[in-house]
Design a protein around this ligand. Sequence first.
Ligand code: NDP
Length: 289
Amino acid sequence: MSKAKILDGKKIAADLRLQMKAQVDAMDEPPILAVVMVGENEASRIYVRNKQKAAAEIGIICQVYEFSDSIGENALLQSLDELNENHHIHGIIVQQPLPPHLNAQNILRHISPSKDVDGFGLYNSGKLMSGENGGLAAATPKGILRLLEETKEPLSGKLAVVIGRSQIVGRPLAQMLLNMDCTVLIAHSKTKNLKELTKQADIVVAACGQPQMVKGDWVKDGAIVIDVGINRKEDGKLCGDTVFDELSEKVSWITPVPGGVGPMTVAMLLENTIYAALHAEKCCCHCGH
Ligand code: NDP
């Protein structure tokens, strides 16, 4: 029988969208999010469609800018310059993965910090490093912090093991948890005796993209488990990086896959877009924007 309480990201994100809709309705003009897509990628197309749908639901306009996968880096940077300078656009994201001939770091760093609603640029990730969790922080880790808030457990002093050190999840999340006074351990593919480390943790975040790697005997009783992984099993079903059924008999809180972290990521992207619109510089050409 399941002992764990479920961190229902789907419901929390739906509640947040209702609040955000009221916030957008009260704004003079709707926030506009520019999504840059390069080349054809079926998964990216689905992600972008989901973002557009969620944005439309709360009154955010989502404009997709599609480029051929033969576009050169300079041409793409120039297009980003135009979006950066366009006062009608409040947030910009570049959908990943990018074709291999493009340097993703260069491209992400080119987005103006005030429009960097994914929070992957140097300014916004640097803010996290200097101890500030607010503003335009990366959406998935921000969504995870919201889920942890739902537990009403104080984070200060807790030992958190974050499995994964990617730029988009593991690293920014570890920094956010550190900023919340957790003691943080970041694990990765070269970490030795990982199970011995996770067994000590009060919070385990699995963000390694390894289907069902974290099993019931990897965690201690009463731990909080956040599963970020989205993996497809051989039978076509989705699974996370943990074995939900085993863990939910032991831990105090756990996120399901799907319906846990995923919906929170989209909600936090929208929240960042609203933040960017509210903090946008005003245009000085007297066009009213
Ligand atoms: P990356 O592939 O960029 O990073 C994976 C990380 O996990 C790396 O740091 C890697 O280590 C580490 N890792 C891989 N294998 C192991 C292992 N056996 N033991 C310990 N660490 C390991 O993935 P992302 O961070 O982009 O995504 C992680 C997962 O989260 C994926 O399943 C992805 O689909 C999902 N995801 C879900 C989101 C959501 O909204 N729910 C959003 C973003 C991602 P090393 O650095 O040494 O290679």
